[in-house]
Design a protein around this ligand. Structure first.
Ligand code: TXA
Ligand code: MG
Length: 314
């Protein structure tokens, strides 16, 4: 198993030696390596068992560093960067040659994020290079929001996990870019679309799909528990081996101990923060089926429901 600790200097040393380690962010835990070093990048794909056509997000500490890696930033996008970074949002920007093709899967744009998590920022500040980091889960499985989640699945394959506590947001970053000149959300995530529209006006929103060449990672089946899962409907046959993910209230027909409530007070931020912990818990109780209640389709509920709908695709 990996060592779990809060030693930022030690974490930096591993990264300087082309190793990959677990790191905390405000969204989900990442599996980080030197974004400019093909050796480290190859290790990320290997450890995660991720296909190389699925590009990686590059994390930098300050917007002043953008000029080192990208060119020609559109003014609308710049306004969003100024407003929402550091934070749970990623921008697709025209890449410079210094970014290896392995990062972008050969695409002309690189995904860049400036995270707000203080321990992660401290780490980025110590390094002479940016960090590529996908979510620290095996490809297709539920993202980790605690150091222990990372250790449970990837602990055998990495030397160190920097422990930054429970992720505050709990959903991956919102991905924004221009599509034919139009501001577009490529992945719903931790930054609410309403907040973006308050600054930028109406934006286009891509729904997940099986074949979306512009965002290769937006595969339909993702975030999936191992146990057979479906969206709850009244006519589903329940048994004592059914587990339920509920938004706010218990289902009367099932024992309370079979159920995980996301937010008793109905708060969507709290529900997002607890979402992946809930799915992981349900996946490990020995149930033979999981039934899932969707959140209200407003604000962060849209991103929560995007993850839940993809979790039930086999
Ligand atoms: O919150 C997050 O974004 C977390 C933390 C660790 O920062 N990272 C994360 O990475 O969720 P990952 O690899 O699990 O998801 C990144 C998504 C993928 O769907 C990928 O296809 C898309 O970003 N992506 C990355 N680079 C891209 C590019 N150049 N063009 C289009 N999509 C890109
Ligand atoms: Mg992921």
């Amino acid at each position: 198993m990996a060592e779990i600790g809060v030693d930022v200097k030690k974490a930096a040393e591993f990264l300087q030696q082309s190793q990959v380690i677990g790191i905390p962010t405000e969204t989900v835990y990442g599996l980080a390596g030197n974004a400019l070093d093909p050796n480290a990048l190859s290790k990320i794909f290997e450890v995660k068992n991720r296909p190389r056509f699925d590009p990686l997000i590059v994390h930098i500490p300050y917007k002043e560093h953008l000029g080192l890696y990208v060119k020609n930033i559109d003014t609308e996008i710049l306004k969003l960067i100024d407003t929402f970074s550091p934070g749970p949002v990623t921008f697709l920007l025209p890449k410079m040659d210094i970014i290896p093709d392995l990062v972008t899967a050969g695409l002309p744009r690189v995904a860049i994020r400036i995270p707000s998590h203080s321990l992660f920022r401290e780490l980025l500040d110590m390094l002479q290079f940016p960090l590529a980091a996908p979510s620290a889960n095996p490809f297709g499985y539920i993202s980790p929001t605690q150091a222990k989640h990372v250790n449970d699945q990837l602990g055998e394959k990495i030397p160190y996990i920097l422990d930054g506590g429970q992720c505050e947001v709990g959903l991956e970053s919102t991905i924004v870019g221009l599509d034919n000149g139009e501001l577009t959300i490529y992945r719903k995530g931790g930054l609410d679309i309403d907040a973006i529209e308050n600054i930028a006006g109406k934006v286009k929103v891509k729904e997940f799909s099986d074949s979306n060449p512009a965002a290769p990672g937006m595969l339909k089946s993702h975030y999936s528990p191992k146990i057979s899962s479906r969206i709850y409907e009244d006519n589903i046959k329940l048994s004592l081996k059914t587990g339920a993910l509920r938004f706010q209230n218990y289902l009367n027909m099932l024992p309370v101990k079979n159920q995980f409530i996301l937010a008793e007070n109905g708060d969507l931020n709290l529900a997002a923060q607890r979402l992946f912990t809930g799915l992981r818990w349900l996946d490990n109780q020995g149930f033979d089926q999981i039934v899932i209640e969707l959140a209200p389709e407003t604000g962060l509920g849209r991103a929560i429901n995007d993850r839940l709908r993809r979790a039930v695709v086999q």
